[in-house]
Design a protein around this ligand. Structure first.
Ligand SMILES: *Cc1c(COP(=O)(O)O)cnc(C)c1O
Ligand SMILES: [Zn+2]
Length: 379
């Protein structure tokens, strides 16, 4: 096992989560070949840092890649990677499964995470599946409704008063002492699990652009590493242009990138409907910035109005995603990509998790005696 800090270059033989310099560490680049197999875990067996616990899989990954009509007016070939098809309805399951495969292997009896939404539900569900205790630390502001989707699996939910940014670091420090393996947003195993998204896309098409809703930066780093490893293994000809997408109301990575900074600065008073990607101090922000710079990639931010419009457009095609997951589609127009470009937008999580922010669609009233009329007349 060898980990390296993408910022200062220091290497580690033991499975630390962060470098002494404070940045996230990552596994060295894997190379390999694909095999015939049922799941992405088996087909890309050479590329994981730990053996996936296949007997405990809930069927995460291997999600549909759907051709969308929404690219037509912009002249691009648009594909949607539907991550809402995962067991707890977001891509987080891919990373949770791999990180938990590691945790059980080395003998942990308890796992934890810091989250209010998708990651909390994912860790709670997989902890039950793996027979581990779960300590889910949530912010004071987390709504009761959201927490139901977390506690239903049996995980222990702890509401923490205090600075949410510090909780990320304190949880890992305490976890080490108390024997709880914290798999937060950009845990190195979690990031590795997200590579599967790149692998599966490459099995089907060779995209020019991939749109990635970005918060902590774990997903972006994982997808990037996946494509880079395929390229270095000689399995694809070129790495696509990756585009980090953020909400205007909380866009610390895009802002730093635009201003040519190499360090993220905290985004004060974040305000956006896309709660799942509203991290004011993204823990992988500097690492994402470095990737954007080195590969000449892009970062784009979108307004809440455009996000809600994109959410409706996707629903109009049969896909109900949460606001954070509609940001890629919202970004399309702004980007002005070349005619005919092949574009993948990652639909990161389901809209059923954010019903309270979803507007009411058309509902008509009808008395049974008048049913014939109601059905005949369109509106
Ligand atoms: C977690 C999450 C993201 C962002 O992932 P990061 O790894 O934190 O950048 C995007 N969309 C949804 C729905 C998420 O739950
Ligand atoms: Zn470092």
């Amino acid at each position: 096992m060898k980990l390296v800090c993408p910022i200062c270059g220091k290497t580690y033989e033991e499975p630390v989560q962060r470098c002494e310099c404070g940045e996230p560490v990552e596994f060295e680049t894997f190379k390999g070949e694909p095999y015939i197999g049922k799941s992405v875990w088996e087909r890309f067996w050479d590329f994981w840092p730990v053996e996936p616990a296949l007997e405990l899989s809930l069927g995460e990954g291997d999600t549909p890649l759907i051709r969308s009509k929404l690219g037509k007016e912009l002249g691009v070939k648009l594909y949607l990677k539907n991550e809402t098809a995962n067991p707890t309805w977001s891509f987080k399951d891919r990373g949770t499964f791999l990180a938990m495969s590691y945790a059980v292997k080395v003998g942990y009896k308890a796992v934890g995470t810091v989250s209010t939404g998708n990651m909390a539900a994912s860790v709670s569900a997989y902890a039950s599946r793996f027979g581990l205790k779960a300590k889910i630390l949530v912010s004071e502001s987390a709504s009761d409704e959201k927490l139901k989707a977390v506690s239903v699996y049996g995980g222990e939910v702890i509401r923490v008063r205090g600075d949410y940014g510090r909780l990320y670091f304190d949880s890992m420090k305490l976890g080490k002492r108390l024997g709880v393996y914290f798999m937060n947003s950009d845990n190195p195993f979690r990031v590795e699990g997200y590579k599967g998204i790149a692998f599966e896309i490459a099995e089907e098409i060779s995209p020019d652009y991939v749109l990635i809703p970005t918060s902590s930066g774990g997903l972006f780093r994982g997808v990037a590493k996946g494509f880079i490893e395929l390229h270095e293994s000689g399995l694809i000809d070129r790495v696509p242009t990756l585009i980090a997408v953020q909400a205007e109301g909380c866009s610390p990575i895009c802002r730093a990138f635009r201003e040519g900074k190499i360090r993220i600065e905290r985004f004060e008073t974040p305000k956006t409907i896309a709660k799942a990607i509203a991290t004011p101090s993204p823990p992988s922000g500097n690492a994402v910035l470095k990737l954007l710079r080195e590969f000449g990639w892009k970062c784009v931010s979108v307004s809440d109005d455009k996000i809600l419009e994109a959410q409706r457009k996707l629903a109009g095609e049969g896909l109900f995603v949460q606001p954070a997951s509609a940001t890629g589609i919202a970004a399309l127009k702004k980007l002005e990509l070349p005619e005919g470009a092949k574009v993948v937008s990652i639909l990161t999580g389901s809209g059923l998790k954010t019903l309270s922010t979803t507007g009411q669609g058309k509902v008509r009233e009808c008395h049974l005696e008048r049913l014939e009329n109601c059905i005949k007349n369109d509106s």
